[in-house]
Structure formats: structure tokens, C-alpha cells
Design a protein. Sequence first.
Length: 342
Amino acid sequence: MSGGDPDGVRQQAVAWLMRFHEGPIDLEEELELELWLEAHPANREVLAGMVRAWRMAGEAAEAPELVAARADALKALSQADRRAARGWRPELRHVLGALAACLLLIVATFYFYPRGETYRTGIGERRLVTLDDGSRLSLDAASAVEVRYDAERRALRLLAGRARFEVAKDPRRPFAVTAGDRMVVATGTAFSIELFRAEMRVVLYQGSVSVLEDGPADQVPRHVLLQGRTPADRMLAPSTALIVPAGASPAVRLEAVDMVRSSAWEQGQLVFSDEPLGVAVERVNRYSGARLVVEDPVTAALPVSGTFNAGDTEAFIDGVVTLYGLRKLRRGETVVLRSTGR
């Protein structure tokens, strides 16, 4: 087969890759392979590249969740190849091409998108992790971050709670943290991201970041906008927090923050400065087995200020109950905070 048909070369190369996977080739097959390799320089080049990709997949390619998929692709490719050898028909050519693409996709997926490692903390637990590139990850209680590194990118995902990121500089590999349907991208800086049910908060400690909508992979990411016009990250300076409501709400806003107070959680303190009660309760719940609940939006919007020791839930409850004359209703491990008029 000549190198004039790139699709045909790739199909044949994958067929040989599949044959190598089945076991040693015999003398007849060895001669056939040598003739094919000598037919055109592209043949040897494409096959060598596929063999390298297969080997680079390494142990990841043996992940239990994908062994079956790869086996099915190999089996179907083998069957299609044998049928094609008996009578090469156009429809079989398309089948073989599709199966070749499937097999390559499986290999490429493992090589370019290796399985990530997830770092978690439990209720009341904090954790500091140094990542492979020297970046530091500080997790708040009841938080989780998935980390996926490869040769071209550093991709992380905040799954729950809050985390601070001190990013090691590497201009060749962007450091991107996805949280909900937004993405924060940096190369060398320090920032934190916090997820709530109704919003995401980004606090910038130093450097700069881009804050983007996490849209379809085939589209250029769009900047999160302030008042629907200005990219929010242009205005996001150190000692500033960006608050992005969940969903398509346009009410994105910036707030000045005190750096010492905003990082107090890393020393075991919860500091609130006119925070909505609903937001404060979500933070308190990360440190206590007793779950606080605010049932109505009016009560949830009440502003809370003060400093509390992380885990001292009773002190927090007593403080807000006294301040606003709230009622507390205990339902097992749940404490409901409710206005007296409700």
C-alpha cells in the first residue's frame, strides 16, 4: 500500500497494531509487513507513531473501565480486517476506518488525558498538598479537587467546598481550575475558589487570572462579564473577590476583601463580614456533624459579621439567634434557623 492514501495508511497501520497485540507474527506475515513498510516512507512513519502512542498509554490503558471498550474495538477491527481481506468492499473500508478511529481514540484518551487524582477532606478536616509541578493546593473542610496533569496542560476541577491555589509558573502549561460551569486560568499566581449552591467566589491574592465560561470544547471560551459588557478578570485585582452567581444570572460583582481575614479559614477560623446568613451556614456546615438549615430566603439574606472558631457551631448558632431573634428547631442532627414570624 502506498503513502498516497493517508486514510488507507492509517487503517492498515492500526490493523498491524491490532495484529501485534494478538501475539507474535509468523514468517509470512513478517514478509508482508516488510513489503508494506518498504512501499512508502509514510507507512513506517505512521506505524511507528501508533506503536509509540500505544506504549505511552502504559498502565492507564489497562484501566478496568476501558479494558472492555478496547477489547471490543480490537475484536471488531480484527473481524472487519479479515472480511476485508476476502473481498475489499467500500462499505467495509468505511467500517474499518471508523473502528480504527475508535481504537486510536481510546489510546489517545489515555495518553493525553491521564486519569486524575482526587484530593478530599472530610468534615472539619483541612489539607495541604504539594502537586507534581510544585504548585500548592490548600483544601478547606469538606472539599474536593480533581487534578489532571499532562505534557500540555494542568487541568483541575473543584468538586466541592473551597481551595486555595498557589500556582508554580510554567508559561507552557496553563493552570486551569473548573468550578461548576466556570473556569479560572492562571500561569503563576495565588487565588482561591469557593463553591456554594447559588454562586462561585474567586479571591485573588496575587498575580492575575482569567475567568471564563466553561462552554463546549469546540468553542472559544468566553470571559465572564461585569454588567454584561466588561470582562470581569480585567477588574479583578489582588485583594478583590469576584462573585459569580450560578447559571446565567448577569449579577456578577466585585468586592474588596481583607487578605488576612479572607484566608483565616486556613488557620481554623471563620470570619464573616456582612455575609448572607445562607452563605455563612454553608461554610459552618463544612466543620460540623450537626447540619444547619435556613429554610426561607429572607432569613438566608440576613447579614452576618463576626469571627468564630471552625467547628464551634453552637457559638455560631447562639450568635445569630441572639442577634436576630431567630428560632432554632432541632431535628436529630439538623438545626433549622427560622425567623420568629415564620
